[in-house]
Design a protein around this ligand. Sequence first.
Ligand SMILES: C[S@@+](CC[C@H](N)C(=O)[O-])C[C@H]1O[C@@H](n2cnc3c(N)ncnc32)[C@H](O)[C@@H]1O
Length: 390
Amino acid sequence: MTTVPRVFEPACDYPAELEAWWLAEAARRMEVPDAGLALERLEPIVSELSDSFTTDRNAGFGAYSRSPFAWLAYSLFYFPQTFMRLRWIAQEAGLRIAPAADRPRDTPLRVLDLGAGTGAAAAAWLTAWSRPPDLAVDLTAVDASEGALALLKDLIHDNRALFGPVDLTLHCADLRSETRRLPGEWDVVLISYALNEAFREATDHELRSWWRLLADRLAPGGVLLVCEPLVTSGIPVMVKLREWALEPGTDLHVLAPCLHQYACPMADGTTGWCHDVRHWRVSNAVQGLNRRLFRSVHDLKYSFLALTRQPVPGEDDAGYARLVAPVSTMNGRWSFVGCASDGCLRTFEVLHRGFDRQGRDAVESLERGDVVRFKSPVLLGDGLTYRAGL
Ligand SMILES: C[S@@+](CC[C@H](N)C(=O)[O-])C[C@H]1O[C@@H](n2cnc3c(N)ncnc32)[C@H](O)[C@@H]1O
């Protein structure tokens, strides 16, 4: 038995052409002869950015660094990580729903990236979602930083082969007010690591009003992807956004991470907060910049929410579950904690017996965030654990 029991198997490395583009752009803008030298000079700026993200995430990007090259440092170190996070999310959401798949070819898909920075979320979406080659995309990027948007513009323009035809509109503005001002509806809305900054001083009431306004702007069949850093204290914003999204009258449905529309069984945090942890092949530039920084870059940890206007068919299957804790192994059995499609949190136990080496490696490579179908779960005598197969 050598099957990998993942239900979704997104596979992609950070694209080499993006890394090469950012390296060349850094050397060009910094007026240094080669990318190696650019990386060397960007290292202290990455270190400064990294400190401000870790110790004072709420400071807002304007306060992260005084260097004119801060966005280049961001784009060589953080952009690949955002890209990979959004790539996983977009790919999973895209497997469950294809936004506007049946739209007429002469009607472009309207994509909005809020707090876009240099465009990592949009870049991930554009490469993850396979659209018919003749379907154009109107991408609107909103950010408070003019410098970031200028880089985003060049990125999209210079990488047409990767992104396909994209009609780009930039708004250097506050995303909170711009959401109301922008006309029309959106087929795809992306928000990555921006809410915690934009709403850092906002009350729940303000965030909720803005969230409802945004929800109203999602086109029928549209998809809204939000990704945020994990918080170490307090209720993560994602728990609130999910609750508000499912309030009567909002007309949103959860595509992921949940496999159900019931109340979140982890909402009080007593069993930890729901988040994914994904391993990725760390890009060369990130490895180089991290040589003396020693940040933990191999595992991407994030919380996210993928919502849609379209009702999502549920399964109500006690064994169909998203892993919400790392796989542990002890005494010839694996233990998994899964949030199942019937809305319950369960511990599943699977015996090693019957798995060859390859099969065991496959099971042990499962990550927090993988969706697994446990076969024939049976409640054990402890009343808590389900014995199941894979
Ligand atoms: C950590 S960066 C994330 C950038 C990008 N979305 C990504 O994931 O790589 C946060 C971004 O939000 C933008 N931002 C923060 N508050 C904002 C606001 N009120 N209006 C518009 N942009 C804002 C910052 O300028 C910055 O580009």
